[in-house]
Ligand binder design. Structure first.
Ligand SMILES: [Zn+2]
Length: 272
């Protein structure tokens, strides 16, 4: 496919740089998920180049530089190739369902620096714009690690999910504090308590097999959960804080929350 320019889907896009790496969305009219990534390369320009290279078979809809500049690579209506083998809420063709955003950050292999504020502001604005055009539930704004926990760590525990949530993007609750004590589940454990916890993770959307075995796959899922929702300690151990945070998320999930609702609550808080 040739690199035909296309109109940007969003006014926050500074530049369109067409990638040839995309296809038809399969079985879905419009995306209903956003998946956030970090580039995991030392040089962001090289990362962008890679996502636009024919034959690489990788791409994303959007790329956000450290300074907040946003580049669009693939039209939202098309299926970009960013998630790979993945699963969420029982669905495995995450690329067909999602909009992929690559956030320039060298990642864990290169020191994993903090995400600059300007970059986070840009990611937030981009997501808000996407949410105005697409019906995407808050709990379907996810990290790559959420949908591919055995393979991926991005965007990682430094990604400020709370800040996005405060701007009306994604699902988040204040994590329960890490304390000692309580029933702790970890690698090698089994039985009914493990089944219950697996059922809760699966109910939230994680791709766990409910088999009563706290195996390495389960360990990876819990670590992914912690990276997103309880970043104070990422050890793959289902301590009380991890279990409580998951229950709190599930309890908060049904609440309808839109950007306009959020704006109203801000006005209320800031009112005279
Ligand atoms: Zn990724």
């Amino acid at each position: 496919m040739s690199k035909v320019a296309f109109p940007a889907d969003s006014s926050v896009v500074a530049e369109v740089r067409p990638s040839p790496n995309h296809g038809e969305r399969k079985g879905v009219e419009r995306p209903d998920m956003i998946v956030l990534h970090y580039t995991g390369m030392a040089d962001p320009r090289a990362a962008l180049e890679r996502l636009c290279s024919p034959g690489r078979e990788v791409s994303a809809h959007y790329f956000v530089f450290e300074d907040g500049q946003i580049v669009q690579l693939v039209p939202e209506g098309r299926r970009a190739w960013h998630a790979g083998a993945a699963i969420w809420a029982g669905e495995t063709d995450i690329n067909s369902r999602s909009i992929g955003i690559e956030i320039a950050n060298p990642g864990h292999d290169y020191g994993y620096p903090d995400f600059p504020k300007r970059q986070i502001a840009a990611v937030t604005a981009l997501c808000r714009a996407i949410l105005t055009r697409n019906t995407i539930q808050p709990q379907r704004v996810l990290g790559h690690s959420d949908v591919a926990p055995a393979r991926k760590q991005d965007p990682g525990e430094k990604f400020p999910w709370r800040l996005l949530h405060e701007s009306g993007v994604g699902h988040w609750v204040k994590p329960a504090p890490v304390t000692s004590g309580g029933r702790v589940l970890s690698l090698g454990d089994g039985g009914d308590a493990v089944i219950t916890f697996q059922e809760l993770l699966a109910e939230y959307g994680y791709g766990v097999t409910v088999n009563g075995n706290y195996d390495s796959a389960m360990h990876d899922v819990v670590a992914a959960f912690q990276r997103h929702f309880r970043p104070a300690r990422i050890d793959g151990v289902a301590d009380q804080s991890t279990q409580t945070t998951l229950r709190d998320l599930l309890a908060a999930r049904g609440r309808v929350r839109t950007i306009s609702n959020r704006s109203r609550s801000f006005e209320y808080v800031a009112g005279p």
